[in-house]
Design a protein around this ligand. Sequence first.
Ligand code: GLP
Length: 262
Amino acid sequence: MEVLIQNNAEAGCLLGARIIARLVREMPDAVLGLATGRTPMQLYQELIRIHQNEGLDFSRVTTFNLDEYVGLPAAHEQSYRRFMHENLFRHINIDPQRTHVPDGTAADLQAECRDYERRIEGAGGIDLQLLGLGRNGHIGFNEPTGSLRSRTWIKILSEQTLKDNSAVFGDMAHMPRHAITMGVGTILEARRVLLLAYGPAKVRAVAEMIEGPLAAVCPASALQLHPRATIILDEAAAAALKYSDHYRWIDRHKLDWQKHGM
Ligand code: GLP
């Protein structure tokens, strides 16, 4: 795991956007795995800025989102399809046909899960998967104790997740209780992963993910197995890390070709 501690969330998002922009420049037909939530919003704003001001071309890029609420149609205000449209897709020159979000309204949800896996495989796999982190250590909607080898599946949302995400729904009563999400095994197959976590609410999950044992109670700890996982944190989210001086040391002593966002 590569741990990059930034001064604040803004710096983290700018760095994350530079990493993605660089990949898209080097590989114009890159397959990106995308995430929703508050955490990556500023990263998306920066990608939009780079597209508008520097001509970053998304016309050949393919995307696969991590997850979607079961039962929410694409047009619903809180659907992740809508989130992606509003926060990224409608501002860049991406071909809508190349953007994939699981269909939470599919009549046969199991078939949709299998089909989503087939679509990822058909696109040649994911070059870079962007991730946020749940307060309880979830990635996508893979809640604690779920299999670390899981493939795209239907998950029951934990009470903590319902609480954390309820603000945008008005209250918990109006929230879907289930989601369709890439599995941890699906995420681990991405050739590179980039996880962002900011703020004091994530401090425990961050420590467990990076320095805790590999354990299904913290699904994000599975990223310890990934050969190319980059974790971008702000100071607040990194506050409980025992080895933060070591991560900073490593970051300062990188060779030029190992540095990000150059
Ligand atoms: C949500 C999403 C995750 C996201 C996480 C954190 O439930 N399914 O993909 O990373 O929770 O959300 P936020 O970035 O708003 O803190």
